[in-house]
Design a protein around this ligand. Structure first.
Ligand code: FES
Length: 165
């Protein structure tokens, strides 16, 4: 009887070790495959241009701020360039004049990152905190088949590059 119990405990110990190893192997294999999907899924129709309201609109699922000024549109990614938190758009109480790349620019809004305090001017330029570079500007285009505005989340454009429809 004692031998049976010892045998059972030995087998249980081996099974536990095997289960632990299997878990580690599964985790390692899973880490080889990214969670994100690349390709066509990152081109997203966000609506007809006339459906986008004047000003700024936040698309939470895309982590994207889309701006409309009459017939002109641009989009700035809300993904912080430090570690990827979502930045918040903040309207300033009063516009202020700042120096961006040697030019005086009047800004009336900023982006603030809630994670580690990075701050960006309204055009996405980083100016405070650990973020190493500006927020990305995302390519917008018009879908030829139905005239809808498309955000191509895999395509970056120059800062201040805008689409007029
Ligand atoms: S993730 Fe934005 S400051 Fe760290």
């Amino acid at each position: 009887m004692k031998l049976l119990r010892r045998d059972f405990l030995n087998k249980l110990g081996l099974a536990s070790v095997a289960a632990l190893l299997a878990g580690h192997v599964f985790t390692w294999v899973r880490s080889l495959f990214p969670n994100v999907t690349y390709g066509q899924l990152r081109r997203v129709k966000i609506g007809h241009p006339h459906e986008i309201p004047e000003g700024i609109m936040f698309f939470n699922d895309l982590k994207l701020y889309v701006y409309r000024d009459r017939e002109t549109f641009h989009a700035i990614s809300a993904v912080c360039t430090h570690l990827g938190c979502t930045v918040n758009h903040t309207k300033l109480a009063r516009p202020k004049t700042v120096e961006i790349e040697g030019k005086s620019v009047v800004i009336d809004s900023e982006f603030h990152c809630p994670c580690h305090g990075s701050k960006f001017y309204g055009d996405g330029m980083n100016y405070e905190g650990p973020a190493p570079r500006p927020l990305e500007w995302v390519r917008l285009e018009i879908a030829p088949e139905d005239g809808k505005l498309v955000a191509d989340l895999d395509q970056r454009v120059e800062r201040n590059s805008k689409l007029t429809v």
